[in-house]
Ligand binder design. Sequence first.
Ligand code: UDP
Length: 461
Amino acid sequence: MATASSPHFVLFPFMSQGHTIPLLYLARFLRQRLVNLTIFSTPANSPEIRTPLPDTDISIINLPFPKDIAGLPPGVENTDKLPSLSSFLEFANATKFIQPHFEEALEKLQHVSCIISDSFLPWTEESAAKLCIPRLVFNGINNFSMTMYYIIAQEQPNAQVCSDDETFLIQNFPNLNLTVNDIEPPVCELGSKSALIDFVAKQAIAMSKGRGLIVNSFYELEQSFNDYWNQKFGPRAWCVGPLCLGKPKKSQTLQKPTWVEWLDEKLAMQQAVLYVAFGTQADISLEQLHEIALGLEQSKVSFMWVPRSRHQDFPDRFEERVKDRGLIVKEWVDQMEILQHDSIQGFLSHCGWNSVLESICASVPILALPLIAEQHLNARLVVEVIGVGLRISPSNGSVRGFVKSEEVEKMVKELMHGEKGAEARKKVEEVGVAASRATEEGGSSWCTLNQLIEEVCRKDV
Ligand code: UDP
């Protein structure tokens, strides 16, 4: 049982699912170590916090959020949760208005050992400094992407390329070829002035003043990139994941959702199923959505597709034509539960980092179709570095190009039935075992988290 003398951590997740969910799983790992926890949030985000955290001994403090944020699309002015990626900047900048409320509430808390807050809340560094509390930054991205961004910003290995699709080498990582199109915000903008670059700079400065970075990854997965970051850049990146392994186990008595029953049937018929999902934030053009749908149809593979509400405008009669082997679920599902189902033999994914880790932990090979942000880098990591997936290549050869249905069909078949798919499956099984080991007692992430708690609680640093 945690006592008043146990360490007390404050957690402040960013108000989007992809950033909130992993931090809540970290909360569970911290509770296992008897750390007292207070989680800061905003009213609309609060249910997202309580649901995956059944533990009642965690306090949640909701802070008031500004009502009118200039630049948000009509109809979402009053939301205090990221409405969509297109309003990211306006929303992230508006979070600064809650700083005074955060500091007032923080001052009332007893003996806070450290604050772990999202890198998208850079002003929390100022609050931590004012109250002399160490801050650790939760970084939703992996060691590989962090390291590549910093190498490109500081060493400019792309200086000589003539086009955004020409590959360049990264010194010290000779097997890696990147293009400008793998990076977002675009490399060419990094030295220029724009609101986004200003925000990225603020984030980087705040991060450099922090005590370290919490990285949702495990050492064995990204050893060379984690070592490189810690030796060359810093502050120290602590790999304490995969955090999805902190997810609470589901009670067996609960009624099975209909899609789990559908997957059970497919398993009984020995039909391998491809899971299709593109995360919560990225947008897909209607034309691209139709090409993906047609590719899935032509592949004749069984699939379960969970499209977000804005991606449900399928080609005419598509749902009817595929109804015997394609299930489309138009609501929020438990993605990890799906990935862990024995019928799932592949994941067509946008390569959001949480999705990648969840797939690895479930030993499911990935078919990468990255869309935005660092997803292009994640796809390189998945396919070229770790070898746990294949990639659908755009028709014009650019990593950001349009993907045709024939390519979707070919790669879906390859992942599910081909030789390269079999190799990726074998590899993901090995990596999945290593992921579990890392979070078990004595594993690398287990020991790193213990060391981190000990270090932030030491009074002499
Ligand atoms: N997710 C889920 N059910 C859904 C959609 C998404 O559980 O219906 C979860 C998914 O398991 C993952 C997160 O939402 O943990 C999405 O994060 P990711 O980094 O993959 O993508 P993002 O949404 O940030 O692009």
